[in-house]
Design a protein around this ligand. Structure first.
Ligand SMILES: C[S@@+](CC[C@H](N)C(=O)[O-])C[C@H]1O[C@@H](n2cnc3c(N)ncnc32)[C@H](O)[C@@H]1O
Length: 214
């Protein structure tokens, strides 16, 4: 596992299989465009208490940006990140998504806090569960899912109907699933499950992304 720079100057990680955690065209740009602007900001137009479930906590970038969104917009966020491979401290300490020391302390807290416990961070109630997506069974319903697993070319099984059904079942009626992936078969699987599927413009380097509404 090592850290590399992406085209917008923000960092990402490459794992031992040489797979990137974000778009090489810009990690920060991708997270902001897909998960924050097309997901969180969309849901926040009609709710000020939002339960977010993330598939793939990874670098913690989506969680960190969601924390900042909750503080800046006065939105209560109940955040659950799922992950089965924690990033070692030698790596996350070298990730610099924060703009100042206060933000860096928040980013560090997201990583250093214990797994499987609720952590209160002002308007951001955070937990991360060390569990595989396959083993996860939701005990409550969510308003928003960040589907940020590796791409279908790397992990085809995570984009099949069985796993997407877990997402469908984890959402409230009207809940939103958002992903960087715009593969035709994935959109057909989402439609099959009963989602209303929207194709939205992608960030730099990607034509489209997908938002699906339950
Ligand atoms: C695209 S990367 C991470 C993206 C993350 N949201 C970020 O901003 O860094 C996908 C993540 O999913 C995790 N992952 C992959 N397969 C998994 C599985 N079956 N169960 C749990 N986590 C998994 C990987 O370890 C990795 O951290």
């Amino acid at each position: 596992m090592k850290i590399i720079d992406t085209a917008d100057g923000s960092q990402t990680i490459v794992n031992s299989d040489n797979v990137l955690y974000h778009s090489k065209h810009g990690a920060l740009a991708e997270s902001l465009h897909v998960f924050i602007n097309s997901g969180l900001n969309y849901v926040a137009a009609s709710k000020n208490k939002i339960k977010v479930l993330e598939f793939g906590f990874g670098t913690g970038l989506n969680a960190f940006l969601s924390y900042k969104y909750s503080i800046e917009n006065g939105i209560n966020i109940y955040y659950t990140g799922l992950e089965n491979q924690a990033i070692p401290s030698s790596i996350y300490k070298e990730l610099h998504y924060a703009n100042n020391d206060t933000e860096q302390a928040v980013f560090t807290k997201l990583h250093a806090s214990p797994w499987n416990q609720n952590i209160s961070m002002s308007s951001f109630l955070f937990r991360k569960d060390l569990i595989s997506f396959e083993a996860f069974t939701p005990s409550k319903k969510f308003d928003l899912i960040y589907y940020d697993t590796f791409a279908p070319s790397e992990q085809a099984e995570l984009w099949e109907i069985s796993m997407l059904k877990k997402c469908y079942d984890s959402l409230m009626p009207g809940g939103v699933w958002i992903s960087y992936c715009a593969k035709g078969q994935v959109k057909r699987n989402l439609k099959f499950l009963g989602f209303e599927v929207q194709s939205l413009p992608g960030p730099t380097g990607k034509r489209e992304i997908t938002r699906a509404i339950k």
